[in-house]
Ligand binder design. Sequence first.
Ligand code: C2O
Ligand code: CU
Length: 479
Amino acid sequence: MISSFSNSISRRTFVLGGAGIVLAAIAGSRVSRAGGPAEYRLRAAPGAARLTSGDGPQTNVLAYNDSMPGPVLRLKQGDPVRFIVANGLDQDTTVHWHGIRLPNAMDGVPGLTQPPIKPGESFVYEFTPPDAGTFWYHPHANSLQQIGRGLAGLLIVEERETVAVDRDILWMLQDWRLTGSGEIASGFGSMMDASMSGRVGNLVTINGSKPRDLSVRAGERVRLRLANAALARILALRFEGHRPIVIAVDGQPCEPHAPENGRVVIGPAMRIDVVLDMQGDPGKRYAVIDDFYDGLSYELTNLAYEKAPLRARALDTAFVLPANPLPEPDLAKAVKQEIVLQGGMMGGGKLAGVGGLNGMAMPGMGGGPVWAINGMSMTGDGGMDMPPLFTLRRGVSCLLAMRNQTAWWHTMHIHGFSMLVLTRNGAPVPYRQWQDSVLMAPKDAVECAFVADNPGNWMLHCHVTDHQMTGLMTVFRVA
Ligand code: C2O
Ligand code: CU
């Protein structure tokens, strides 16, 4: 089933409540077309949301179809779809379908894959999602402000066959820097944020509001899909008294495994699907804690058990998702490409690595480039002026070695492909997994591989949006 979403034309705030809500499809804007792809309408425009609670202050945000986050788009693996995206903003926009392997012209990078959608205009995106899994969508224009003010939504591609869980729960995680009166704080793109960890906020929301308890039942098996749509915040979730099993990373099924130390670490733009078997006691509450940043741990929400169990014992059968049709890279014949991440603020307050960089940067962001990839800074949201850093012959396997020379964390995101992660700091990764957004700690080195089967000019950038805007971005070509 393909679900659709709101086509409400009112400016009424659409607030999706709390951690307990399984985001249902919002009825409305599907246009039936005999024989053709399913067709949906999305409109980006200003809106309002109650981020802190149901009776808290309204915050001015940007929304898709008056919903913040945007409507959950539920597609079916292998079924063609068409999105008519209208721009109700006062500035250019586009939509990038993050993680979906689709034709280059549908990728949503202004200047590189399409002209920007001007205010009042529309653009038609058409593609057929090859992979089932958890993806998301967001603008790729003025990204820091547009994503940072709420333009983002989940895109779920359903498996062809039904996957047996009791509930499929979606958590779209967003991070806000709010003022005392509940407005989004100004100062986007400050040099301090840009050169350090990015714009980390002071309120984390789940599905658009400060989370309430998630009510669960003993014995229940939940597929919890986590998506980090924050500009910069990294989360490390611990589920007290529970043992989450990671079953998919960035939409792609992986070898099911318990995360290291029971912490589900999720960088900006990443998605992680876990299976949670509810093994707690009826009537009790268990905290879900985010303790990524030293000394700043907090309770994100709680699992609140109802009195009546669903089953006497939690399931202990393995849970495996069907594989996606990803082409297997041929490591023996792979072309090696190295990517070195440079720049940012160092401990002593100096900018490292920027002085001698090639000045490909566009002006703006108040301070010029702060970061670079292999000595070149491409800033902003994408563009056509940047020559590709490397070109791959269509069909070759590429071994991409990424080295983080900086003192900061980055999520490196590749457009158009999913990469098989091979090694981290020289050691093979313990579980087979594919990623489009790879979190890298300071000084980390990661090797990945993919088959360059999708022609076009593709972005490769850090998804800490401040970093992307100030130079941690490049383009490669498959021809
Ligand atoms: Cu999620 Cu280039 O972006
Ligand atoms: Cu970064």
